[in-house]
Design a protein around this ligand. Structure first.
Ligand code: CA
Length: 231
């Protein structure tokens, strides 16, 4: 599962892309703000940016530059209204990996995203990545199969618990705020949902047993992080 960040200030288009990308098996983060996009990029864990260049607060090209300059660099597919030739050239020169002009078919955007991910060998490229192991093999997560095991016992997780675990384990050590977790797991910002993430974490920890708070660690005043390292 690749993590795709959709940066688009038009809410309808944003939600449309989210639905299509999720249906294609991607984890989707969305924002209508270029400033928030810069923060999310800096925080790490984004595999691809789907970027509208015309943003209300920040020049889309600045977001493009931030994605390109990120370590490791994050591939970008640019969305733009009525792609004029100069703009098209500008986008590609600035480091965009592909370019789609509005109005577009969301199915085509999904295909372009998959093609770019395959090209860069991203997490969504398939190729039988299989299970990732953590804590000297004690915890294994097989994302494509959507299964996880702890000490050889398979974990029975709800979709939200699974989303929390996979999100945190995707970048061990990185602190996720509650709102980021909600956005990752549910794919959208939902006011009032932030606190309920705590109850999902509580249930997830119950299933993780004695090492639960070491695996899913609380960072006071900040959120949660995955406390074990990847093998
Ligand atoms: Ca726009």
């Amino acid at each position: 599962m690749a993590s795709v960040l959709v940066v688009e200030d038009d809410r309808d288009i944003r939600e449309l892309l989210r639905r299509y990308l999720e249906r294609d098996g991607h984890g989707v983060l969305t924002t209508g703000s270029g400033a928030e996009a810069l923060n999310l990029l800096a925080a790490g864990g984004v595999d691809l940016v789907l970027l509208d260049l015309g943003l209300p607060d920040v020049d889309g090209l600045d977001v493009l530059a931030a994605a390109r300059d990120h370590e490791p660099s994050v591939p970008t597919v640019v969305l733009s209204a009525r792609g004029t030739v100069p703009e098209r050239i500008l986008g590609l020169r600035a480091g965009a990996d592909d370019y789609v002009t509005k109005p577009f078919s969301p199915a085509e955007v999904v295909l372009r995203v998959a093609a770019v991910l395959a090209r860069v060998g991203g997490a969504g490229a398939g190729g039988g990545a299989g299970a990732s192991a953590y804590g000297d093999g004690r915890l294994r997560i097989d994302e494509p199969a959507r299964r996880a095991w702890l000490d050889d016992g398979e974990l029975e997780l709800t979709p939200t618990e699974w989303g929390v675990l996979v999100t945190l384990a995707g970048t061990p050590g990185r602190v996720y705020s509650r709102s980021e977790l909600v956005n990752r797991v549910r794919g959208y910002e939902f006011a009032g949902y932030e606190r309920s993430i705590d109850s999902h974490v509580k249930n997830l920890r119950r299933k993780l047993g004695a090492d639960a708070t070491a695996i899913v660690a609380t960072v006071l005043g900040a959120g949660y992080r995955f406390g074990w390292t990847r093998d």
